[in-house]
Design a protein around this ligand. Sequence first.
Ligand SMILES: [Zn+2]
Length: 133
Amino acid sequence: MKDSLWDEFQEAVQNGLVRHRSVLDVTSKFQEASVRISRALAKSVTTCGCVRINAQKNQIPNSDKMSLSELRASLDDHLEGELCTACREVLEEEFGRLLFYLAALADLLDVNVYDILIKERKKLSTLGLYNLL
Ligand SMILES: [Zn+2]
């Protein structure tokens, strides 16, 4: 299936990926992009301080009597605060880098990411709550 926005992006990535076209370069850059997202989040916590991580074990309630939104609201994401503009910009740049290398890797392997999005969305709607736990 074709999606114009994703296909345009994947084609632009394909055209822009000249120097580091080896699958080894692309897979290692993809992994690096993922790590850079974690690093940017860590710096938001430890350097900027706009967000905090306060983690402990989530107590899973008896979900039989709860709606999905009630269950979601009862579970803690362990994140407090909001990203400041500077941290948000850094994270958005890193997410963009990750998307670039995802598109590049998918292109090298002749995989259409838009098709994967459709399959994953279908899985989420089919499995519903059981997929979330
Ligand atoms: Zn910040």
